[in-house]
Ligand binder design. Structure first.
Ligand SMILES: Nc1ncnc2c1ncn2[C@@H]1O[C@H](COP(=O)(O)OP(=O)(O)O)[C@@H](O)[C@H]1O
Ligand SMILES: [Mg+2]
Length: 207
């Protein structure tokens, strides 16, 4: 049987990486074969592009260049890792996927969804997440957490206004796809955030 595809989305410091690890442990405890991966990245090609994208000056790349590199990384990721894993019955947990490109480059970056969406459809084909957890936090709270984590990455250095657009963008995407995108209140404790995710996973996939 085909595996399930789960993505985590949201701005900086929402707890995506933290909760993705927790979800992987939960699914393995149910005897499932799990692949943990991330974007940009997940393949050698994608990780090379990631280094270009997440390091350096915030204005190093225009949103259009970012879109093309993010999408190139995604094409390799879908074709080489995500789709073969799902076909082999593995459950794939991805830390960011196409909604990040819609929110960061399409909405906050100003390229527009009309331009970004068709390219994403070409890039991923039918490989869409079965469920997406949007870890929603106020941008100040998220950035504060991300700062504590250290190693301020390129996107974290963008202006507050950018991050506020990212958050609003994600929430608008969630409102458009209420069946796929589950909004999680991520400003709560680790355990309270996890409980929202666990509850949804149990109900949705009968785990
Ligand atoms: N619910 C939470 N409450 C307090 N701190 C958290 C919570 N979730 C994550 N953190 C901390 O915030 C920082 C960012 O979390 P992380 O999972 O890396 O976020 P993201 O991957 O969304 O950027 C980490 O130091 C993490 O330990
Ligand atoms: Mg992370």
């Amino acid at each position: 049987m085909r595996g399930k595809f789960i993505s985590f989305e949201g701005g900086e410091g929402g707890g995506k990486s933290t909760q993705a690890v927790r979800l992987a442990g939960f699914l393995r405890s149910k005897g499932l074969d799990v692949v943990e991966t991330r974007e940009p990245g997940g393949t050698q090609q994608g990780e090379e592009l990631r280094d270009l994208l997440v390091q350096g000056d915030p204005d190093r790349w225009s949103p259009f260049s970012e879109l093309l590199m993010m999408t190139a990384a995604r094409v390799e990721h879908v074709n080489r890792l995500i789709e073969p894993s799902l076909a082999a019955g593995k459950w794939v947990i991805c830390d960011r996927f196409l909604d990040s490109t819609l929110a960061y480059q399409g909405i906050a970056g100003g390229l527009g969804l009309d331009m970004v969406r068709p390219l994403q459809a070409k890039a991923v084909g039918d490989t869409l997440p079965d469920v997406t957890f949007l870890l929603d936090v106020r941008e100040e709270a998220g950035l504060q957490r991300a700062e504590k984590r250290g190693g301020a990455a390129r996107f974290e250095k963008k202006q507050a206004e950018f991050h506020s657009k990212v958050r609003d963008g994600f929430l608008a995407l969630a409102a458009e796809s209420p069946n796929r995108i589950v909004v999680v209140d991520a400003e709560d404790t680790f355990d309270a955030v996890w409980q929202q995710i666990e509850g949804e996973m149990k109900q949705r996939f009968k785990l």
